[in-house]
Design a protein around this ligand. Structure first.
Ligand code: ZN
Length: 164
């Protein structure tokens, strides 16, 4: 087990864009194991490599069908239908932020064997994948939130930090 420290708001690595990887020619096993151990320990539904300080386009998730690890995700399509829901993030501990996102997406990514896979997702899985792609592009929930919602979340985080 290798549980890593999860980087939180203010850590510059969360604002960086992760670099593409080549799973067919580069062993990502250790990174994937570290991400999975850290995610399950938190616990969370998904974790992007940036969140443990590694700027590689790799993320893990376990929403419905057990652990999956994907690299270099690309958004192919997003539904016009948008839904707002509260999201949490291990990098913004203890706050939830209302975020409007497309309800369905089609994504292309590379699995750990180097195969290109297509994923059609809806509901929670679609939301989670969009969240992790944002991480790999250096975006956090606060960058997606409305101005009022961002202010509210920051106020809440500051109160938690002060023990209020
Ligand atoms: Zn997150």
């Amino acid at each position: 087990m290798a549980i890593h420290h999860i980087r939180t708001l203010g850590d510059p690595v969360l604002k960086e864009v992760a670099a593409p990887v080549d799973p067919a020619n580069e062993s990502l096993d250790e990174l994937v194991k570290n991400l999975a151990d850290t995610m399950y320990n938190a616990p969370g539904l998904g974790l992007a490599a940036n969140q443990i300080g590694v700027l590689k386009q790799v993320f893990v998730f376990d929403v419905e069908d057990g652990l999956r690890a994907l690299a270099n995700p690309k958004m192919l399509w997003q539904s016009e239908e948008i839904e707002e829901d509260e999201e949490g993030c291990l990098s913004l501990p203890e706050v939830r932020v209302a975020i409007a996102r497309p309800t369905r997406v089609k994504v292309e990514a590379t699995d750990m064997a180097g195969n290109v896979v297509a994923i059609e997702a809806e509901g929670l899985l679609a939301r989670m994948i969009q969240h992790e792609i944002d991480h790999l592009n250096g975006r956090l929930l606060l960058d997606r939130a409305s101005r009022a919602e961002r202010k509210r979340a920051i106020r809440e985080m500051n109160q938690l930090r002060l023990g209020g």
